[in-house]
Write a protein that binds this ligand. Sequence first.
Ligand code: SF4
Length: 183
Amino acid sequence: MLLLHTCCAPCALPLLEYLLTFKKAEDIVLYFYNPNIFPRAEYDKRLEALKTIAKIYHLKLIVGTYEHQNWLEYLRNSLEKPLNSYQENQERCLKCFEFRLKQAIHWAAENHFEEWATTLSVNRFKDTNFINKYSQQLSQQFGIKYLPLNLDPYKTYQRERELVKAYNIYSQKYCGCEFSLAK
Ligand code: SF4
């Protein structure tokens, strides 16, 4: 069984299309754990979009806790400067990835998954080198296989846009947190 940590429906669409070429729907579980998203109304919109995708592909969807304050605290305790002083893809974002990926692998381990992956790893706007390296480290620590999604980020993004349009899926205009919203 594969646990797919899923940041949002648009990113999930082309990856699911790919994964379903060699895996059965019943062997994939979506895990929505994104307490970085702000405000709550935006979180709910993104979750609703993912529920639609789960229905389309007949996939099980697990929804993690929306613990935005804990996410903020983790970042504040890990970083020296005020959170709004970082640009996207700098240290704040790396800590944000860490927070979500750690929880995803914990959940995978507690629920006896053999394999895990994250949609964050094929995002042309993110530091995918960091995401893949950090996920591999967690995999070694937890003894769960990491499935790298070695797809071309540009072609994947193109396909994402086509699928978003075809299924009429909500597509967010900013990364997620209040700091990316303010830009
Ligand atoms: S910009 Fe995106 S990745 Fe960076 S901290 Fe905010 S939500 Fe996380």
